[in-house]
Design a protein around this ligand. Structure first.
Ligand code: ADP
Length: 297
C-alpha cells in the first residue's frame, strides 16, 4: 500500500495514509487501487459544483501532492472536459479498460470525452446512467489513486443515491450558494447522504459575495453566510467561502483552473485551504468504521 504526502500548512510534509490508518485492506475498496472516493454534490444545478470539483481536484493534486482522479458523473451535462481542457478520446488498455485522460496532474474520465457529438443531448433513463457510470468508474485504469473526486449529477434522486452506494463513498462535499432556495436543496443533499450513512465532509458556500472591481466593497448578492448557518444548524463542518468572481468563470470557460492560473488569488487560497481541510477530515474519519446499509430502490 502506497503513502501519499500532504503539504502541511506552514511547510513540510506529512504522510497521508487514510486506509492504512483504518487498518482496512483492499476488499472494502470498490475500485481497484483507489483509496478514498469523495463526492462533490449539490441539491441544485448551476451553483458551481463542477467548478468546485475541478479546483479541489487540482489543488489536491498540485498543492497537497496527492494522486488524484476526477470522475465526471454529471452524465447529463458533463462540463469537466471543458473545465479541464481535455482533448482526444481515451485509449483502451490491454485488459480492455479505459485509460483516463490526464491534465494538470489529474486523471479524468467523463461522458463528454466518450460521446461523439459534443452538443448531443444525453437522453438516458436511470439504469442506463448507472451502466455508463459503472464503465466510467470500475472500467477505468485509474492506477493507484489517493483520492478520486466525483462530480455528481445535481439533485438528490435515485441516481445520486445509487452512485453514492455503489461507489462506496468515503464522504461527500455539498456545494451551495447562500440563498434560501439553494440552501433548502443543500439540506436535502445532507439528508440524502446521511440516510445512507455517508459522512458529510463539509458544506462549501460558492458565490458568497461579489467584490466590486472598482471600490473593493463586497456585495452579498445571494445573501450572507447562509451556508455557514446551515452547516451549523445541521452540525456538519463548514469548509469555507468562494467569492463570485469573473476570473473563476473565465478560467473555467478556458479550461485553466484558477488554482493554477492565479494561485495567490483569494479564491485559490480558499480552494487550497478547503482541500487541506478535506484531507484532514478524511484522516479523522479513518478511525471510524461506517456501516452503510443497503437501500433497495
Ligand atoms: P454546476 O456544476 O453546479 O452546474 P458549474 O460549476 O458548471 O455549476 O458553474 C456554473 C457557471 O457558473 C459556470 O459558468 C461557472 O464558470 C460559473 N461559476 C461557478 N462558480 C463561480 C464563481 N465562484 N464565480 C463566478 N462564476 C462561477
Amino acid at each position: 500500500m502506497g503513502f501519499g504526502l500532504v503539504k502541511k500548512v506552514g511547510g513540510g510534509f506529512r504522510s497521508f495514509s487514510v486506509q492504512a490508518a483504518k487498518g482496512v485492506s483492499s476488499p472494502s475498496l470498490k475500485i481497484d487501487g483507489v483509496r478514498e472516493i469523495i463526492a462533490v454534490a449539490s441539491g441544485k444545478g448551476g451553483v458551481g459544483k463542477s467548478t468546485t470539483a475541478v479546483n479541489l481536484a487540482v489543488a489536491l493534486a498540485n498543492n497537497c501532492k496527492l494522486k488524484v482522479g476526477l470522475l465526471d458523473a454529471d452524465v447529463y451535462g458533463p462540463s469537466i472536459p471543458t473545465m479541464m481542457k481535455l482533448s482526444g478520446k481515451p485509449d483502451v488498455s490491454q485488459d480492455r479498460k479505459l485509460v483516463p485522460i490526464e491534465n494538470y496532474g489529474v486523471k479524468c474520465m467523463s461522458m463528454g470525452v466518450l460521446v461523439e457529438g459534443k452538443f448531443d443531448a444525453i437522453v438516458w433513463r436511470g439504469p442506463m446512467v448507472m451502466k455508463a457510470l459503472e464503465q466510467m468508474s470500475r472500467g477505468v485504469e485509474w492506477g493507484n489513486l489517493d483520492i478520486l473526486v466525483v462530480d455528481m449529477p445535481p439533485g438528490t434522486g435515485d441516481v445520486q443515491l445509487s452512485i453514492s452506494q455503489r461507489l462506496q463513498l468515503s464522504g461527500a462535499v455539498i456545494v451551495s450558494t447562500p440563498q434560501d432556495v439553494a440552501l433548502m436543496d443543500a439540506r436535502r443533499g445532507v439528508n440524502m447522504f446521511s440516510k445512507v450513512k455517508i459522512p458529510i465532509l463539509g458544506i462549501i458556500e460558492n458565490m458568497s459575495f461579489f467584490k466590486c472591481p472598482h471600490c473593493g466593497e463586497p456585495s452579498h448578492i445571494f445573501g450572507k453566510e447562509g451556508a455557514r448557518k446551515t452547516a451549523d444548524e445541521m452540525s456538519v463542518p463548514f469548509l469555507g467561502e468562494i467569492p463570485l468572481e469573473v476570473d473563476i468563470r473565465s478560467t473555467s470557460d478556458e479550461g485553466k483552473p484558477i488554482v493554477l492560473t492565479s494561485p495567490n488569488s483569494a479564491a485559490s487560497v480558499a480552494y487550497t485551504e478547503m482541500a487541506n481541510k478535506l484531507v484532514r477530515r478524511l484522516e479523522e474519519l479513518s478511525g471510524q468504521t461506517t456501516i452503510r446499509p443497503e437501500i433497495n430502490l
